[in-house]
Design a protein around this ligand. Structure first.
Ligand code: SF4
Length: 285
């Protein structure tokens, strides 16, 4: 049997694999792979809270979809293998192992336990190019603890959404990739994000790329950029070249700048900012 073309993308290959599993062991109400290819993406998925095939030791439930109301969560588990002493939950991943995969496994497992009343014996995350991750099982009590924590987070998120301006909650994982961190004052002062920024008073020239906020008050300008004393170190000068596209018509209009993704290097007794194609600069008024 052939599905798709020989240059099928990896995720489609995984989908095809799941389809074959489903064909062999399938769910009566499950979506078919063919349907996925032809139907609009916004089509709501089936909710299979009651459509999971009868549990029998060794039986498989591919793409098992489970949903609970409190907290409101739905999970589509790539593959469940039923067992006498608990079920094995399997997730297929095409990328590198990440902490989020473990968190997702916790969530899926807790929803599975709550929705089916069945114990999870073991959880496996299978990677294409990395060793599998095996996580402990989960019983009703552990699932209850996971869901209680999620209930609290969902409640807090709903409260934030109702606020006019949701509060910023800086943390390194989220802020690292945040495209608006230049606007977020909390990010620039939070201890939890300190490692993402160059600290002028404690510069560690390790070749990394970080963000930095510079005050231009008292800076001396030339055609290529500005120089200033490193805060907390009146002996050391820092030169910040300013790429032409960021040069302001009048530098007196600004009190400083936030630079994203720059490096610092020593140039004799001074330091200078190093730019990459991904570095950005935002002026502060
Ligand atoms: S930089 Fe600010 S807005 Fe962006 S993720 Fe961090 S806290 Fe949220």
């Amino acid at each position: 049997m052939q599905i798709g073309t020989s240059d099928l993308p990896l995720d489609d290959c995984i989908d095809a694999f799941k389809f074959l599993l489903r064909e062999a062991y399938g769910l009566e109400h499950a979506e078919a792979f063919r349907d996925r290819l032809t139907e609009p993406a916004e089509k709501p998925a089936h909710v299979l809270t009651e459509g999971i095939p009868a549990a029998r030791p060794g039986g498989l439930a591919p793409e098992a979809e489970v949903e609970i109301d409190d907290p409101p969560l739905r999970a589509t588990i790539d593959l469940v293998r039923y067992g006498d002493s608990g079920d094995t939950l399997i997730e297929f991943k095409s990328g590198a192992p990440r902490e989020q995969h473990r968190l997702q496994a916790d969530l899926y497992s807790a929803v599975w336990v709550a929705a089916t009343g069945r114990r999870v014996r073991v959880r496996r995350i299978l990677y294409l190019n990395a060793p599998p991750t095996e996580l402990d099982g989960m019983d009703q009590r552990e699932a209850g603890a996971v869901l209680a924590a999620l209930r609290t987070r969902i409640s807090a998120a709903m409260t934030d959404l109702k606020a006019d301006v949701p509060p910023a909650r800086p943390n390194a994982d989220n802020c690292k990739h945040c495209p608006v961190r230049q606007l977020c004052d909390e990010y620039w002062t939070a201890t939890s994000t300190a490692d993402l920024r160059w600290r002028p008073s404690a510069l560690q020239l390790d070749g990394g790329w970080r963000d930095i906020e510079l005050s231009t008050t008292g800076a001396s300008w030339d055609g290529a950029g500005f120089s200033l004393r490193v805060p907390g170190d009146q002996e050391t000068k820092l030169f910040c070249s300013v790429p032409p596209k960021y040069r302001p018509p009048n530098n007196k209009d600004f009190r400083g700048a936030r630079l994203l993704g720059v490096a610092l290097r020593a140039n004799g007794p001074a330091l200078e900012v190093v730019w990459s194609a991904r570095s950005e600069m935002f002026w502060l008024t």
